[in-house]
Design a binder for this molecule. Structure first.
Ligand SMILES: Cc1cc2nc3c(=O)[nH]c(=O)nc-3n(C[C@H](O)[C@H](O)[C@H](O)COP(=O)(O)O)c2cc1C
Length: 422
């Protein structure tokens, strides 16, 4: 099994206002989280990317905070206080140039002794782009065209020894590079590539280039279905399915007993989705201003306004029909007796594994053995200490079950993800 620790970029998971949370800009917060993951022998430590604070109706999101340090600077610093764990940065392919990216990832790969990874994301919305002068210049359908070109251009630079006679060259529709790279090839050849797009185009891009596919499909049946789809696409793309690791995002809430853990999960969910946040989520589906509705009362008894443009900026929009979504939410609320807010907690803040360490390790192992995934990328509501208990209490159980490494082997991240069988 492979495990990674995820510090989300744009998210409603991290509750920085929790009194036990650290400072979101302090290096010590990230050092604690990365060292915990390394103590747990995780494969990599993974930073999300939020290029702009999210807004809804001109106001900042309730849990969005100013405090998203640049990943390259942060991971370079973390490479000095960790030895073996991989260091992964989420970086958008739409808004940066390949020469910048090849140099930044090549540098990180050198500084860390071959531990760098790049999660290539493609958000192309005009709201994010407004921060980059070009606005929404890239048609939605072309974001993976550009991503492929950016990667091809980076590879041309990474593969080229600086002393070689010919310059690296790549010419595409969206990007061109020509020149000798300013840094030599890295200790692991190239950084590990991670891909998390869920659309058909995203999955095809993932199977054609990625070492790791990061998904939202952490359940048993959905995980198996996703893995099968990825395997079929990999074969069609000429890749061996085992050369593509599938790691779904997961959140773990532990307690001494199943009951304690369920109670903790409920408290965390309500901390993640406050009253305003619950209304903000509902507004995205209703397409209406819901100020004035009681989040702790029943669902609004009006239908969604399907004409309204999406109201949330800075996040990939759901393409589902809002009428169908509202109908399914009403049915769920009626069945389980939800208020609007408790329903939003159920939908947007439900942890993947809740229980005692034994229960959680057993369920993780079952899904892994059933072929639903190759491991998990673990996210937590509490930075920087949210994974301390997982490392102390769950990892040893996975090791006892023979599912997880008991020591680091090999020098690079590629060695950790794809150990050579001797
Ligand atoms: C678990 C998960 C975490 C993600 N984190 C980020 C992130 O931090 N920053 C970002 O810009 N995109 C992030 N994404 C977005 C995707 O990588 C992708 O760019 C987006 O879903 C659009 O691609 P698609 O239309 O092919 O799904 C994440 C996706 C997943 C599944």
């Amino acid at each position: 099994m492979h495990l990674a620790a995820f510090v989300e970029g744009v998210n409603h998971t991290t509750v920085w206002r929790d009194p036990r949370a650290g400072d979101q800009m302090a290096f010590s917060s990230f050092r604690h989280a990365a060292r915990t993951a390394e103590r747990g022998l995780f494969d990599f430590f993974f930073l999300g990317q939020g290029l702009r604070m999210r807004e809804q109706r001109g106001e900042l999101f309730e849990l969005d905070i100013a405090g998203r340090p640049d990943s390259f600077a942060l991971l370079a610093a973390l490479s000095e206080v960790t030895d073996r764990i991989g260091l992964a940065a989420t970086v958008n392919t739409t808004f940066y140039e390949p020469a910048e990216l090849a140099r930044a990832f090549g540098t990180l790969d050198h500084l860390s002794g071959g531990r760098a990874a790049w999660n290539m994301v493609t958000s192309s919305d005009a709201f994010t782009g407004a921060n980059f002068r070009r606005g929404g210049y890239l048609p939605y359908a072309d974001r993976y065209v550009r991503a492929r070109e950016v990667l091809s251009a980076c590879r041309a630079l990474w593969e080229r020894a600086p002393a070689s006679t010919a310059p690296a060259e790549y010419a595409g529709r969206y990007v061109d590079v020509r020149g000798r790279p300013a840094i030599p090839p890295s200790p692991q050849g190239q950084p590990i590539l991670i891909q998390a797009g869920d659309s058909s185009g995203g999955r095809d891009f993932g199977v054609s280039v990625a070492d790791v596919i990061f998904s939202r499909h952490s359940g048993l049946d959905e995980g198996i279905a996703f893995r099968r789809d990825i395997d079929a696409r990999a074969v069609a793309a000429g890749r061996a399915p085992e050369s593509v690791l599938v790691l779904p995002i997961a959140r773990i809430v532990l307690g001494d007993t199943a009951r304690d853990a369920a109670e903790r999960a409920r408290e965390i969910g309500f901390a993640q989705i406050g009253p305003e946040r619950a209304l903000a989520f509902a507004e995205q589906v209703w397409g209406r201003d819901l100020h004035g509705w009681d989040p702790d009362g029943p669902l609004p008894d009006i239908g969604p306004d399907v004409r309204d443009a999406p109201v949330m900026q800075g996040r990939v929009q759901s393409k589902a029909d809002p009428r169908a979504t509202v109908a399914s939410w009403r049915a769920l609320a009626e069945r389980d007796g939800h208020t609007l807010r408790s329903l939003m907690v159920e939908i947007y803040a439900k942890p993947t594994f809740v229980g005692s360490p034994e229960e959680v390790a057993t369920t993780m192992a079952e899904r892994f053995r059933a072929g639903a995934c190759d491991g998990y990328v673990l996210s937590t509501h509490l930075m920087p200490s949210g994974l301390d208990d997982v490392v102390a209490d769950v990892v040893p159980l996975l090791q006892e079950a023979g599912l997880f490494r008991t020591g680091y082997e090999g020098g690079t991240l590629r060695d950790l993800l794809f150990p050579r069988v001797s």
